[in-house]
Design a protein around this ligand. Structure first.
Ligand code: SAH
Length: 255
């Protein structure tokens, strides 16, 4: 029997143009695609017919086990994630099940193919807000307790990191984003630039540059990544009317 393969593939933010060549080759070669339905829809159709296994976005462990079991039968399985599969996504669930399997999946060749994560995609749209030290925080408290999120945001604020907020708001988590802004406002001035980048590279993309003082949670949904600048992040509008945001690499005290 063939050795099975399981590859966790990052699709990037949406457009096929931002999919790596290796990701494209892996998807074209796979016998089976496993993933959340809307992400599978992002995969370009190829000539070769493949089995498509749709899962609800919440069933990560089950999805990972299913994919590993399929690969153990000798199939060539691609598990798809939006953005980078290692950032708040499926690679973790697969590696976790690999450890839990304790040798059960020794016959499977496991690999991860990275992708452009939402924070990088959003940054590219406005300039270079991630040009200096930054971090990413998921505001979802589905898998981690909210006090941990608050504690991290306090630390992020105190350490003056630029922060990209993933999973900012949903129907079931309506107030957390407002609380996150409140915490960051205690540490930063109201004129710090904030970027709301929604559905980057997709048909319904919308990018708004505002400030920490003026930003409003209504500009965000689950397809939005929000980048809050540090004390050194700057914004300006060029003569063509385009607003740029960047964080200089040189720190003021390093002059
Ligand atoms: N693995 C993904 C992140 C999954 S968490 C990555 O690396 O990008 C899901 C969150 O990612 C969303 O709530 C949103 O905050 C962000 N996101 C994913 N795709 C996006 C896109 N095209 N534009 C803006 N934000 C996006």
């Amino acid at each position: 029997m063939n050795r099975g393969r399981l590859t966790v593939v990052g699709l990037g933010p949406g457009t096929p143009g931002w999919l790596t060549i290796e990701a494209r080759e892996t998807l074209a070669r796979a016998t089976d695609l496993v993933g959340y339905g809307p992400y599978l829809d992002l995969v370009q159709p190829v000539d070769q017919p493949r089995a498509r296994h749709e899962f609800d976005n919440r069933e990560e462990a089950q999805r990972a086990r299913f994919a590993l079991d399929l690969a153990r039968e000798g199939r060539d399985v691609a598990v798809v994630s939006s953005g980078d599969p290692g950032v708040f996504a499926m690679a973790t669930a697969v590696i976790e099940e690999l450890e839990r399997g304790d040798g059960a999946y020794d016959d499977v060749d496991v690999a991860i193919v990275p992708g452009v994560t939402a924070a990088s995609a959003a940054a590219a749209r406005v300039g270079a807000p991630l040009g200096h030290d930054f971090c990413c925080v998921s505001l979802s408290d589905v898998l981690k307790p909210w006090p941990v999120v608050e504690q991290r945001l306090e630390a992020v604020g105190a350490a003056d990191f630029v922060v990209a907020l993933y999973n900012p708001i949903s129907r079931h988590r309506p107030w957390q984003l407002g609380r996150a802004f409140e915490i960051l406002r205690c540490h930063r001035s109201p004129d710090v630039p904030v970027v709301f980048a929604r559905a980057v590279t997709r048909a319904d993309e919308r990018v708004v540059v505002t400030t920490l003082g003026a930003c409003d949670t209504v500009d965000a949904d689950m397809s939005t990544v929000i980048t809050v600048g540090s004390s050194t992040t700057r914004a300006f509008t060029d003569s063509a009317g385009r607003t740029w945001v960047y964080t200089p690499r040189r720190y003021p005290s390093a002059d």
